[in-house]
Design a protein around this ligand. Sequence first.
Ligand code: NCD
Length: 310
Amino acid sequence: MKHLLATDGLDPALATAVLDTAEELKHTLLGREVRKLPTLRGRTVITLFYENSTRTRVSFEIAGKWMSADVINVSASSSSVNKGESLRDTALTLAAAGADCVIIRHPASGAAQRLSGWLAEAGTAVVNAGDGTHEHPTQALLDAATLRERLGSFEGRRIGIVGDVLHSRVARSNIHLLSALGAEVVLVAPPTLLPAGVESLPVTVSHELDAELPALDAVMMLRVQAERMHGGFFPSAREYSIAYGLNERRMKLLPEHAVVLHPGPMLRGMEIASAVADSPASAITEQVRNGVHVRMAVLYHLLASEGAAA
Ligand code: NCD
């Protein structure tokens, strides 16, 4: 693997190999007092974030550190980006300074792809940590790792993705990955929060959450991305919550074995009730935990495995 830019077009065998590596790493580190492997000693990993983040940035940093890489965090707000430097010049600067891998989050869809073009000559690997409303592949991989752990397999499983699909790169990455791994994806959202061209995606679409819940093996709740909304996408937060929020009554409609996911950050009381987020069905904390192992696995496949840079 040379870069990880999207799950659209990602070979399911490679995705499965990443999930297997993550699982192995998780078991290797489990219960260890010193969580450090020498695998990426001498390699330099830079996170370059132009958008806010808690879990993604932190888990990439921990992943790099647990593998002994030197990890440097650059946030746009405190870098020369604030002096007007272009993304291309910033990227070339990081490569010239010695980055083996740049992990980028950017508000523009396609930014990670552009970066990979600019850094091709330098041989620097690029990981997309979220580009606009386009993709967030490591989130989908950690969601898949969590689902595989809880459900065993993807074949024949029905996964609901609920809420603001339109603005969600998490949804887009999950649609491609989960369907490629053999699951059936159902999008549940108001018509105003579905993307144009949804018919061409490998999904079924519903506007009725109550009708879908009894047949779902997992339900992934999405945050309503107010920062990307310009205009009225739904009448009010209260009405959205009544129609699409996962509350305690609705949770009872799910099968006993069903898993509840949320990529975070959660808006408790809006798309998910506290009692649901903190229930045994919820795998939200597990998602974060798996995020570290999955990102370790991604760095391994990019920088250390035999197939790296292939
Ligand atoms: C998501 C993101 O930034 O795309 N968060 C994350 O990475 N866990 C989802 C969101 O912001 O709602």
